[in-house]
Design a binder for this molecule. Structure first.
Ligand code: ATP
Ligand code: MG
Length: 564
């Protein structure tokens, strides 16, 4: 399996790599890595990073590692380790034998810390975390040196060895790099590189009472693995001097180059794992794979294709400027891809009964329908027709305005793949006045979809035979948030205040019987309505469909209407 991030997408990271190959930097090799922390499920933002790291490696004949950045036992879990692997494979990428864990390097990292102490470049500090912050100060004025900064190397070695032996309580000591308390970059003001933590780790158990901090573990893990280009998001730009400082002071196998790019943000959703975790914990959604979530597991369940997501990642491109991408662009890519691959079926979401008065009771026949007009090799299927049908309630109007060409009293329309019907009369509920059913006649001459006398109709409706249709559950999704950028809490609101109360609507619908036996994950287009995907909650007795996406961007339509 090799997928590339598409050689047509040119960007500055690609240019840096091309140039490095030309000049022979890193021996002309390209080794990248995707380094998730296993503290949540992957989201669409991660997909951008995955496509770039695995894509670039494939394009340049290099390799990409999957490394779990598992240095925080409190928030990490094997559930996440497993889901992350599943999601990357689903996206279409593979790390081969290069599955790594920062936790596999704990002993090596510990030895590197000893090296740093021996070089007089790290010390054990006993400041409390409040004192630590106060001493560190603000960027505009120098910080204050810790009273423990000038311990002897022997003292530091003794204390650090005892930290590792588990002699001290959490928070009693930390190991700090000895850099520069006056640096305008706070990350260089003697950053913590090891802390005491007694929480058992999901892989190493209780072996380690101390854990390396991200900044220490990350650059060294990159170096241990022979990474050439360490691609990360923009917020790590200010960490780069520390990344380089650590590697410059230690005897390491190599010095990877850190390159930063802008993270992906999407309108009407949040991307931080902490916030997504909050939604899961508060049961606002059914889980990490709720189809409304921006997670890859959620999008997969909803029916999004990996091809559509990869195309989206290619289109948003790679830049150095943080921005908010339009969810509509993602939907456009998904729609485009689904259009090519989806089999067409008929399903009625909001049924109105239609009785064909001149069609004999008890009789039935089948009509042939194309499975995908976009793909002639997709074949055909038979659809049953009988005296009682369901059509979409919105396809009938008692008193139609000028531009409404669908069914109305006295009017003739085409039933898709079947014949012409004409509306003769309506039956109303005497109490409410609501239309209960329509009585129509059909023209047997129009079987196959056209009238021999050449008369035309202005609309074609989808339909199902009431006696043959399957009753199914359909879950209609909308945006999870009503605010364009809910993560921006600068206006004093919490992101959860902007949840869309109507993001999920569950209805009963009727679909053609060819869908019997459909399996979770199967996708199709309900003609004239949208794309749907069978949900894993389905049972033998009842199919459940997720609406992946509507046929058109209904929000764009609404926006247009508002502007008019
Ligand atoms: P979050 O803020 O969502 O919790 P994170 O950066 O803490 O994300 P990690 O597991 O550390 O999550 O991320 C793994 C990799 O994915 C990192 O290299 C990170 O830079 C990248 N990444 C995370 N979020 C995005 C995003 N929105 N766009 C692009 N890359 C991202
Ligand atoms: Mg992180």
């Amino acid at each position: 399996m090799t997928m590339t991030d598409d050689s047509t997408s040119r960007h500055f990271v690609r240019e840096i790599i091309e140039n490095d190959i030309k000049t022979g930097k890193h021996g002309g090799k390209v080794v990248t890595r995707f380094p998730p922390e296993p503290n949540g499920y992957l989201h669409i933002g991660h997909a951008k990073s995955i496509c770039m790291n695995f894509g670039l490696a494939a394009d340049f004949g290099g390799r990409c590692h999957l490394r779990f950045d598992d240095t925080n036992p409190e928030t990490e879990d094997v559930e996440y380790v497993e889901s992350i692997q599943e999601d990357i494979h689903w996206l279409g990428f593979d790390w081969g034998k290069h599955l790594h864990y920062a936790s596999d390097y704990y002993e090596q990292l510990y030895q590197f810390a000893i090296q740093l102490i021996q070089a007089g470049k790290a010390y054990v500090c006993a400041l409390s975390s409040e004192e630590f912050k106060a001493y560190r100060g603000v960027p505009t004025a120098p910080g204050k040196e810790s009273p423990w900064r000038n311990r002897t190397i022997a003292e530091n070695l003794d204390l650090f060895t005892r930290m590792r032996a588990g002699e001290f309580a959490e928070g009693a000591y930390v190991l700090r790099a000895k850099i520069d308390m006056a640096s305008p970059n706070l990350h260089l003001r003697d950053p913590v590189i090891y802390r005491i933590n007694q929480t058992p780790h999901h892989r190493t158990g209780a072996t380690w009472p101390i854990y390396p901090m991200y900044d220490f573990a990350h650059c060294l893990s990159d170096s241990i693995e022979g990474i050439t280009h360490s691609i990360c998001t923009l917020e790590f730009e200010v960490h780069r001097p520390l990344y380089d400082w650590i590697l410059d002071r230690l005897k390491t196998p190599c010095h990877p180059q850190q390159i930063e790019f802008a993270r992906l943000n999407l309108t009407y959703t949040v991307m931080s794992k902490r916030k997504l975790q909050e939604l899961v914990a508060a049961k606002v959604v059914s889980g990490w794979d709720d189809p409304r979530m921006p997670t890859l597991a959620g999008m997969r369940r909803r029916g999004y294709t990996s091809e559509g997501i990869r195309e989206f990642c290619r289109r948003v491109g790679v830049t150095k400027v943080n921005s908010l991408s339009d969810f509509a662009l993602l939907e456009h890519c998904i729609r485009d891809d689904l259009n090519k691959r989806s089999l067409r079926v008929m399903g009625v979401l909001n049924p109105l009964r239609v009785i064909i008065d001149n069609y004999p009771e008890g009789q039935e026949e089948t009509f042939e329908a194309q499975n995908n007009p976009e793909n002639p090799t997709a074949g055909t299927r038979q659809i049953p027709f009988s005296r009682v049908l369901f059509i979409e309630r919105e396809d009938f109007m008692e008193d139609p305005p000028k531009k409404f060409f669908r069914l109305a009293p006295g009017r003739e329309v085409r039933l898709r793949n079947a014949c012409f019907i004409k509306c003769e009369r309506m039956v109303k509920d005497p109490a409410t006045g609501a239309i209960v059913e329509l009585h129509c006649t059909y023209d047997p001459q129009t079987r196959g979809g056209n009238a021999p006398d050449g008369r035309k109709v202005k609309a074609t409706l989808h339909w199902v035979s009431a006696a043959h249709a399957l009753e199914v559950e359909v879950r209609l999704y909308d945006r999870l948030f009503t605010k364009e950028n809910p993560a921006d809490e600068g206006d004093g609101t919490n992101f959860k205040q902007h949840l869309n109360p109507d993001s999920l609507k569950t209805i009963t619908a009727y679909v053609e019987p060819s869908l019997k036996g459909a399996q979770p994950g199967n996708r199709c287009q309900f003609e004239r309505i949208g794309y749907f995907c069978v949900d894993p909650d389905s049972t033998k007795a009842k199919l459940i469909f997720n609406r992946t996406i509507t046929l058109q961007d209904i929000w764009a339509k609404i926006r247009k209407a508002e502007i008019k």
